[in-house]
Ligand binder design. Structure first.
Ligand code: FES
Length: 146
């Protein structure tokens, strides 16, 4: 039994991640009610469930846009001017990091390496990969997502 100050057993933690992923798929994010219900049913403190839900980049505790942009922020991409890509995305969409456009079309996030370092800088939009990015390419790429 997990309580305050008690480390949650590994089994409970993997159950928690699976159930958080299910909620993410079902609602597009992990609502607060789900966090509380999971804490209750798995007997894990709410702050721990929230901590897990906000730690993993594939989970979100806030509603996301229809398309989630994840620009790689790891070193190989950074060295290939990923910062210019981030600026281009922000300029094109008029939103900052972690924000969603008012029309709900895009959410802008960063990610760690997505394994496309040979073609840095790289990003994901939903499950689609985009590589060898330039600020000029960003405009065209974003246009193709509704
Ligand atoms: S560092 Fe960006 S894809 Fe690997």
């Amino acid at each position: 039994m997990a309580g305050k100050g008690v480390i949650t057993p590994q089994k409970d933690r993997s159950d928690l991640i699976v159930r958080l992923q299910e909620a993410q798929q079902r609602y597009g994010y992990v609502p607060e009610e789900v966090i509380r219900a999971l804490a209750d049913s798995l007997n894990i403190p709410v702050h721990e469930v929230y901590g897990v839900a906000s730690f993993y980049s594939f989970l979100s505790t806030r509603p996301l846009g229809r398309n989630v942009i994840r620009v790689c922020k790891s070193l190989p991409c950074y060295l290939k001017s990923a910062e210019m890509i981030m600026e281009a995305v922000q300029k094109e969409l008029g939103i900052g990091l972690g924000e969603t456009t008012p029309d709900g079309r895009f959410t802008f996030q960063l990610t760690n390496c997505i394994g496309l370092c040979d073609h840095a800088p790289a990003m994901l939009i939903n499950q689609d990969t985009h590589v060898d990015l330039t600020p000029e390419k960003i405009k065209q790429i974003l246009k193709s997502y509704q």
